[in-house]
Write a protein that binds this ligand. Structure first.
Ligand SMILES: [Zn+2]
Length: 171
């Protein structure tokens, strides 16, 4: 597995000379398994440069799984700017904690309401699938995802990803 941090800030993006070391974008971490599966932890503003990289290096539509820890703004504000969503044929699975009363799709759609953003979620050409998770173990995107609730002032999940290469290495 290979992990790359595209955004490490909380609350709001903070570009500038003071954040050159680790960048100024909000939460977004890329995990690529040795089999090539792409997992993205949170979709803060770091999702914009990550999406640009994925589109630039891909010769075909992109498949990726986004695992949202929670839907506070700094963890979703890069979603509308994630370039693979604009690529026809791309398949993006968005997972996040289930909340009572509102679906994950509804939460992400609201930040793309025309009052706030020029493109609505239904206009994105990629195929977007939503999967709401609770605490437990799931098979998603070719890997085993273990989700566990975290202490935070919102419904929040932490994730462990187990892919085949790790199981082989453990033997
Ligand atoms: Zn938060």
């Amino acid at each position: 597995m290979r992990v790359r941090f595209w955004g490490t800030r909380g609350s709001i993006a903070v570009p500038g000379p003071g954040t050159v070391g680790f960048g100024g974008n909000t939460s977004c971490v890329e995990l690529t398994t040795s089999g090539g599966a792409c997992f993205i932890f949170d979709c803060g503003t770091g999702a914009r440069p990550l999406g640009g990289k994925l589109v630039a290096q891909a010769s075909k539509p992109i498949s990726a799984t986004i695992l949202l820890s929670h839907t506070h703004w700094d963890h979703i504000q890069g979603f509308p700017f994630f370039a693979p969503l604009l690529v026809p044929g791309s398949r993006i699975t968005v997972c996040g904690p289930e909340e009572s009363g509102r679906s994950l799709r509804d939460v992400l759609s609201r930040q793309m309401d025309f009052t706030y953003f020029p493109l609505e979620i239904g206009q994105l050409p990629a195929t977007i699938t939503f999967q709401e998770l609770g605490e437990g173990t799931y098979e998603i995107g070719g890997a085993r995802i273990i989700a566990q609730y975290l202490h935070h002032p919102a419904m929040t999940l932490g994730y462990r990803v187990e892919a085949a290469e790790d199981a082989n290495r453990a033997k």
